[in-house]
Design a protein around this ligand. Structure first.
Ligand code: GLN
Length: 535
C-alpha cells in the first residue's frame, strides 16, 4: 500500500494548489519514488466535459478519453505521466454510483446516508487507485476548506488517516499570507482561521504551504507554526517565481522533503535527478527573445480556457530558447471590420485553437484565409482544423457558403459534418469522439517529416469531422491531407505546399506536450514562426 498525501486549500480559491500538488509529486518522483496524483472536484457534474471553459478553465482530455479538470493536465506535464479518467473524482460520480446501487437494492433495508455510504464510496474510489506499484499517492481536494460541497471528501480523508495511521498519511494545507499595502506586513490571520476550520472537521494539518508574493519572513513562519500547531520546519514559503516549472525547485529549497520524509518514514534523496529538472526549468527562465503569436479564439477572457495550448507553445519555445508572447484576440472583431486583419501582420504566427458554436466562427474562417494568403505561419487545432477546411473550401474551391453543419445545418456545402456515429446521440455527457486514437501519417508529407514515423497516437474531443465527400475536391485544389485514422476514414491533419507553415490537426496535440519534450507539430510551428521573424 502506498503512502497517502492529502492536499487541501484554505483562504481562497485559485492559489495554485494544483501546481503545489504537482510540484511535491515531482520532487518525490525525482527521489525515485513511484508517485501519482488524484484530483477531487466537489461539484455535482460527473465530469468536466459539460462545463464552460470560460468559467472553469480548459477541459483536459486523458488518453482513455476522460474529460477532466485542468489540474490533471498540470500533473501530467510535471510528472510526464499519462493519467486516466479515474484520477479525477467528482461528487457527481460518487452519488451516481451510490444511487445506482440503492436502486439495485444493494442497501436494502438501510437508510442510505452521506456517512457512511458516500464517504465509503469516496474511500473505495481512492483505495482502488492506490495500487501496490505506487510508493506515494497524492490526493488534492478542489475548493476551499469550509465549502459545504467538500465536506464529505474531507470527512473521508479524516477517516483514512485513522485507518492508515500517521506514518502512512500526511495532510498538507495550502493557504495565503496577504501583504497589506502600506504596512508591508505578511498577515497570518487568514491562515490561522483556515486551519481552525480544518480542525473543526477533525483534521490537523502536518505541513502548511503558504502562498505569498515575497518569501515568508522568519517571524511570519514562526507565528504560523505557533498558531497552527505545526513544527517550525513545516511552514513552507510558496512565493512568486518566474515560471511554474521552478516551483518544485522552490519546494526543495524550502526543505519540504525533510518533514515529508520524517513524517512518512521515507528516506528521500533527489540526488542527481534534481539537476535534470533544473535544466528543464531553466530553459523557461533564460529565454529572452520573443516570438509573437496571435491566438484567435472565442474564450479569450480566461486564458485558462486554453491552458494546455499555452503550455505546449511554452514548451516548444523554451526548447528553442525563446519566449512566446501570446496575444489572445477575439475573432468576432474580424467579422465586423476586415481592416482589423492588418493587426495580424505584427505576429510571427497565428493559432486557432479548439472551440464550439457559431459565435466568432466567421472571424476564424477569415483569419485562416488571411494567414494562407499572407503566408503567415498557421496552426489550427480541432475546430481550427475544421474552420481551416471551411476557409479553403470557400476561398480556394469557390464553394460558396461552405460550412460546418455545426454552424449552419442548411449549408449547401457541408464540408465538415457530424461523425456518423453521432447522428443518433442526444446526450451531451461523454458522447464526443474522445481520447487517444491511432493516426497513420502519409509518407512524403510535412507531417511525416515532423513526426518521423508512420503511426502516432493523439487525443481527440470532437463531434464533427471532414465530410469525405469533399476530400477529392479539396485535394484537387491543393489541400494535402497527411494523416488519417480509422483505416483512412477520418482526416486528421492537413497541410499546404508553398507556404512557410500552414497545418492543422483534428486531434489536440497540446494534451501530450511536456516540458523538455515539446509536441513535434508545436515545435515545427514555433520554428516556422522564428524563421519568418528572422527573414
Ligand atoms: N466543435 C467542434 C466539434 O465538435 C470542434 C471541437 C473542438 O475544437 N474540441 O467537432
Amino acid at each position: 500500500m502506498p503512502k497517502f498525501i492529502f492536499i487541501t486549500g484554505g483562504v481562497l480559491s485559485g492559489l495554485g494548489k494544483g501546481v503545489v500538488t504537482a510540484s511535491i509529486a515531482k520532487l518525490l518522483q525525482l527521489c525515485n519514488l513511484k508517485v501519482t496524483c488524484v484530483k477531487i472536484d466537489p461539484y455535482l457534474n460527473v465530469d468536466a466535459g459539460t462545463m464552460n471553459p470560460l468559467v472553469h478553465g480548459e477541459v483536459f482530455v486523458t488518453e482513455d478519453g476522460g474529460e477532466t479538470d485542468m489540474d490533471i493536465g498540470t500533473y501530467e506535464r510535471f510528472l510526464d505521466q499519462n493519467l486516466t479518467l479515474k484520477h479525477n473524482i467528482t461528487t457527481g460520480q460518487i452519488y451516481f454510483t451510490v444511487i445506482q446501487r440503492e436502486r439495485r437494492g444493494d442497501y436494502l433495508g438501510k437508510c442510505v446516508q452521506i456517512i457512511p455510504h458516500i464517504t465509503d464510496e469516496v474511500k473505495s474510489k481512492i483505495y482502488t487507485l492506490a495500487n501496490s506499484n505506487l510508493d506515494v499517492i497524492i490526493i488534492e481536494c478542489g475548493g476551499t476548506v469550509g465549502d459545504i460541497e467538500s465536506l464529505p471528501f474531507l470527512e473521508a480523508f479524516r477517516q483514512m488517516r485513522l485507518e492508515l495511521g500517521s506514518r502512512n498519511s500526511l495532510f498538507i494545507h495550502v493557504t495565503l499570507a496577504p501583504i497589506l499595502e502600506g504596512v508591508g506586513e505578511q498577515k497570518t490571520k487568514p491562515t490561522q482561521h483556515s486551519v481552525q476550520e480544518l480542525r473543526r472537521i477533525g483534521i490537523q494539518p502536518d505541513i502548511i504551504v503558504v502562498r505569498c508574493v515575497e518569501p515568508l519572513k522568519r517571524e511570519t513562519k514562526d507565528k504560523i507554526a505557533l498558531f497552527t500547531s505545526v513544527e517550525w520546519d513545516c511552514v513552507i514559503s510558496d512565493h512568486d517565481v518566474d515560471n511554474i516549472y521552478s516551483v518544485p525547485l522552490l519546494m526543495y529549497e524550502e526543505s519540504i522533503l525533510n518533514p515529508i520524509g520524517r513524517k512518512l518514514d521515507l528516506s528521500l534523496d533527489v540526488g542527481e535527478n534534481l539537476k535534470k529538472w533544473e535544466e528543464i526549468s531553466q530553459t523557461f527562465t533564460h529565454a529572452k527573445e520573443e516570438v509573437k503569436i496571435a491566438m484567435v479564439g472565442k474564450y479569450v477572457k480566461l486564458t485558462d480556457s486554453y491552458v494546455s495550448v499555452n503550455h505546449a507553445l511554452l514548451h516548444a519555445s523554451a526548447y528553442l530558447g525563446v519566449k512566446p508572447k501570446l496575444n489572445w484576440i477575439d475573432s468576432e472583431k474580424f467579422e465586423t471590420n476586415s481592416s482589423e486583419l492588418k493587426l495580424l501582420d505584427e505576429y510571427h504566427g497565428i493559432l486557432i485553437p479548439g472551440g464550439f458554436g457559431k459565435r466568432g466562427s466567421e472571424g476564424k474562417i477569415i483569419v485562416a484565409n488571411y494567414a494562407r494568403e499572407n503566408k503567415i505561419p498557421f496552426l489550427g487545432l480541432c475546430f481550427g482544423f475544421q474552420l481551416g477546411i471551411v476557409s479553403f473550401a470557400r476561398f480556394v474551391c469557390n464553394l460558396k457558403d461552405a460550412n460546418s453543419t455545426e454552424l449552419d445545418p442548411d449549408t449547401p456545402h457541408p464540408v465538415i459534418d457530424l461523425l456518423p456515429e453521432q447522428r443518433n446521440t442526444k446526450e451531451m455527457g461523454a458522447t464526443m469522439r474522445l481520447g487517444s486514437h491511432k493516426i497513420e501519417i502519409v509518407k512524403d508529407t510535412r507531417a511525416y517529416k515532423i513526426y518521423g514515423k508512420e503511426e502516432i497516437y493523439q487525443r481527440h474531443r470532437h463531434r464533427y469531422e471532414l465530410n469525405p465527400l469533399y476530400k477529392d475536391r479539396l485535394e484537387a485544389e491543393g489541400l494535402i491531407f497527411s494523416g488519417f485514422s480509422d483505416e483512412g476514414r477520418r482526416a486528421e491533419i492537413f497541410e499546404l505546399k508553398d507556404h512557410p507553415f500552414y497545418m492543422a490537426t483534428q486531434y489536440h496535440p497540446e494534451f501530450i506536450s511536456r516540458p523538455g519534450k515539446p509536441e513535434p507539430i508545436f515545435l515545427e510551428f514555433v520554428k516556422a514562426c522564428l524563421m519568418g521573424k528572422n527573414l
